[in-house]
Design a protein around this ligand. Structure first.
Ligand SMILES: [Zn+2]
Length: 852
């Protein structure tokens, strides 16, 4: 699964894990003489009493009640011990009938709303199979108690979108989200990742709807009542949480890979863009199949976009689900790498997660670390090593950020809530850890080990132990040292690296110190093998392999003269925080002469704010870097005042750079000079540019230098559909309006309020707020407009960003017009209502601070 790309606010820091230190334990004995009276939390793998072999499910829907009317025939057997009971997960259901499917005889059962305990009426051994028939009604809305996590904001399992058809801006859809244990809201099963079964699913819908599920569509039958029943057969066993269905009015765009069907389900108006939305799907399937030496293991691959999705995307076997943020036109998706990274992530899960499934949620990282790392693998393969490293570096930053407030081992048996496992440890840290493994083992051994892990554990479960054993079998090396520190301990090394050349002995000494605090399961010493490159000159480099095994360790190298640079961790593979004590000359040398993306990135990050000539020279050179993200950093950092001649070069970049983010950065940099001579450049961008963020940047830049021209451009784009453009128009309108004009411009905002979404909703609604204020409306009119925002803020089907933006607008008026008591208390009441209706925990916390 991929979680939502952004968060409203940082989550509250978790409760610290209290470790009993030796010294504390001694104190406890001597002073208090208390001993713990229970074991610490241990999240064990689910015990297997029975094994479901096959489930045959029929479903139809009551849209008005949001019910799933189902029946299921389960073929099962005892796992090992003789049994006369089958216990199933069946959350919030109405159970109508339970029968022995072969004898058509009723069976006794107990049901408490969560577990269905069926008395089978006789003893079965592990060599017997039995079949149970259940008629039920799934009632996800009634059962929903507001669980779920940051990654999966709701765990109802089954979702009806616009079920009453009242929202004209939303299609009617039904879709499911099984991970972690939510599919048992719509069919009874053993809802654990270590269960596996084949499935037949018959979905009955009105004829206008398309359906999708796992495996192949083997039949489609018209019924007398005008409905249609589609039969989906999944004849390879997979885990219950990977079962899915989706129903909606979709365009289904077909593609082929080898002898297999590919399907892209998108909303009708995006039909033309489906292959851009799911960019490079066939090429990725080839790449991953070849890289792993294990062909894509399933019957077909479908990808579907759904509305109001509760997470980012989900790797249901053969049928991944994605949130609507994926949809865009070809122009909107220019240089948007997110689509490819999410497509790669869910696709790689088809091997890591679906073919070999994490045995328990404590072991989630054997699913998510691979899916995360596949994104970098794909970018490296398709766009070069710099692109792969850029992606992985951003992942590492994401983990280091999270590690400031929470750390736990990658394999973590002591979580509070299984949903907490979907964090930047399981994903980002896991991906960075795999990269270290790959660099340590070498590509041949790394991928041969993955092949062995996938082959040995195919259609079964895995833990990190299985991964270690596969590596050990392939390489012949004991790998416990690596797994103990990276998988079963917490944290990461914090390194301080210092250099000293001794003229007398002609020795170069590199001293590396590990400064991480050894607490909460963090090793005092990480064992760190790494490469060190000694640059005697730009053209003469020597590589040494070192292995750090001490808290502080000095490595000595022969050097006839002081090296131009010693590049520690020359492969730039370590997951670590680093303080690398190079001189500015050395950083500059590193930027110019070292081969890796991170060599250039680290050098530039260090030098970009420095004022020395050396530093300025590197920032100027980096404007021409071969990789766009480095150019982007350099352009943003460049001080045009120091070297006005470069500004002319920026005109060329603004119109001709290969990457749209770089072009947009050059445009806003030029605008910051306030020099009118750049007006023609902005006009040129408005005429010829294809990427919307660059056009929006040119439009607001033009307004800064020539309000009249900027306003004219805004008028030109005000009926466009694109969110970036509308945001630019909104910004110009809000700035340009005086109180006379404000009333005229208001309809533009009100017409487009429903289009602004995600992060951009905050600036769009912010600009609307400015305009409302400038308009000086009579207080009753203003309250009416704000009540409209309040309705959006309380509508839980609207994105959290937008709900927040609306609440924020109301609060700003409340604070500004505190003196008008009845007005302010009116708005305070709205905010109370917003808070009461809010279901998102993070937003609730934000509103707590907002309210008086
Ligand atoms: Zn994932």
């Amino acid at each position: 699964m991929v979680s939502k790309p952004a968060e409203i606010a940082a989550p509250p820091p978790p409760e610290p894990i209290v470790e009993v230190k030796a010294a504390d334990a001694k104190n406890m004995f001597s002073e208090q003489l208390t001993l713990p009276d229970s074991l610490p939390i241990y999240r064990a793998t689910a015990r297997r009493d029975n094994d479901i072999i096959h489930s045959s499910i029929d479903v139809r829907f009551d849209w008005a009640k949001r019910h799933c009317l189902g029946n299921i025939t389960i073929t099962a057997k005892p796992h090992f011990y003789t049994s006369e009971v089958l216990e199933l997960d069946a959350k919030g259901m109405e159970i109508k009938r339970v029968e022995d499917a072969d004898r058509r005889a009723s069976l006794k059962y107990d049901y408490d709303g969560e577990k269905l305990r069926i008395q089978l009426g006789r003893l079965y051994t592990r060599n017997d199979q039995y079949r149970v028939f259940i008629e039920y009604v799934g009632k996800p809305e009634e059962a929903y108690k507001g669980g779920g996590s940051e990654a999966i904001s709701s765990d109802k399992g089954l979702f009806f979108i616009n079920h009453d058809g009242k929202d004209p801006n939303k299609p009617k859809q039904i879709w499911t989200q099984g991970e972690t244990e939510s599919n048992s809201h719509w069919f009874p099963t053993i809802d654990k990742p270590n269960e596996r079964m084949t499935v037949d699913l018959n979905i009955t819908v009105e004829n206008k709807y398309k359906t999708l599920s796992n495996g192949l569509l083997t039949g489609s039958r018209s019924n007398l009542d005008g409905t249609r029943t589609d039969t989906w057969k999944m004849d390879k066993a997979h885990a219950p949480y990977l079962v899915m269905m989706a129903v909606g009015e979709y365009a289904v765009v077909r593609d082929r890979w080898r002898n297999m069907d590919l399907m892209y389900y998108v909303e009708l108006k995006y039909e033309r863009y489906a292959k851009t939305i799911f960019k490079n799907t066939p090429e990725m399937l080839t790449f991953f199949s070849e890289r792993l030496g294990v062909d894509y293991p399933w019957q077909k691959y479908a990808q579907v976009v759904v509305r109001d999705y509760v997470s980012g995307a989900m790797e249901n076997t053969t049928a991944s689900i994605f949130g609507e943020y994926m949809q865009g036109t070809d122009r909107e998706l220019i240089d948007v790498s997110q689509n490819e990274s999410v497509v790669a992530h869910e696709m790689f899960h088809q091997w890591f997660g679906d073919l070999v499934t994490c045995e328990s949620w404590a072991n989630l990282t054997v699913n998510e670390s691979f899916a995360n790392y596949s994104e970098s693998l794909w970018f490296e393969h398709k766009y070069g090593e710099d692109a792969g490293m850029h992606h992985l570096y951003e992942d590492m930053e994401g983990y280091l950020d999270e590690a400031q407030t929470k750390i736990h081992p990658l394999v973590y048996f002591r979580y509070d809530n299984r949903e907490d496992m979907f964090d930047r440890h399981s994903y980002n840290k896991g991906g960075c850890t795999l990269h270290m493994l790959r660099k340590y083992l070498g590509d041949d051994a790394f991928f041969a080990s993955l092949k062995k892990y996938l082959t040995d554990n195919a259609y079964s479960t895995g833990e990190s132990h299985q991964l270690r054993l596969a590596i050990e079998a392939v390489t012949g090396e004991d790998m416990n040292w690596f797994f103990n520190q990276w998988y079963f301990s917490a944290g990461h090394p914090v390194l301080d690296i210092a250099y000293n050349y001794d003229e007398a002995t002609k020795k170069m000494r590199v001293t590396i110190e590990q400064k991480q605090e050894p607490k909460e399961g963090v090793p005092a010493i990480f064992e760190l093998p790494m490469a060190v490159d000694i640059y005697h000159s730009a053209t003469n480099k020597e590589r040494k392999l070192i292995r750090m095994t001490k808290r502080k360790q000095t490595f000595e190298f022969n050097a006839p003269q002081k090296p131009a640079l010693v590049n520690v961790d020359a492969e730039k593979m370590l997951l670590a925080e680093k303080k690398d004590n190079h001189t500015e000359e050395e950083w500059a040398f590193m930027y110019r002469n070292c081969p890796k993306y991170l060599d250039r990135r680290e050098a530039l990050e260090f030098l970009k704010d420095k004022r020395s000539d050396n530093a300025k020279a590197i920032v100027k050179e980096a404007i021409n870097d071969k990789f766009w993200a480095i150019r982007n950093i350099a352009i943003k950092a460049f001080a045009l005042r120091d070297d006005p001649s470069v500004a002319d070069k920026f005109m060329g970049i603004a119109t001709a750079d290969a990457h749209s983010q770089v072009r947009a950065a050059a445009v806003s940099k030029l605008a910051a000079t306030r020099d009118k001579k750049y007006i023609p450049t902005f006009q040129q961008v408005l005429e010829r540019e294809q990427a919307y963020p660059v056009i929006a940047s040119a439009m607001t830049s033009l307004y800064k230098l020539s309000p009249e021209d900027g306003l004219a451009a805004a008028k030109r784009f005000e009926s466009d559909e694109n969110g970036d453009l509308l945001n630019g128009v909104g910004e110009i309108y809000a700035q340009s309006a005086d109180s006379a004009k404000a009333g005229e411009l208001m309809p533009f905002f009100e017409k487009n309020l429903n289009k602004a979404d995600g992060m951009s909703a905050i600036s769009f609604i912010g600009n609307y707020t400015k305009l409302l204020d400038k308009a000086k409306l009579p207080s009753t009119n203003l309250v009416e407009k704000l009540a409209f925002l309040k309705n959006m803020a309380t509508d839980q089907s609207i994105s959290p960003w937008k709900r927040f933006a609306c609440a924020k607008a109301i609060n700003e008026f409340r604070k500004k017009y505190m003196k008008d008591q009845s007005f302010a208390s009116n708005l305070a009441k709205m905010l109370v209502e917003i808070k009461q209706k809010e279901t998102n925990g993070q937003l609730k916390a934000v509103y707590d601070n907002m309210l008086p």
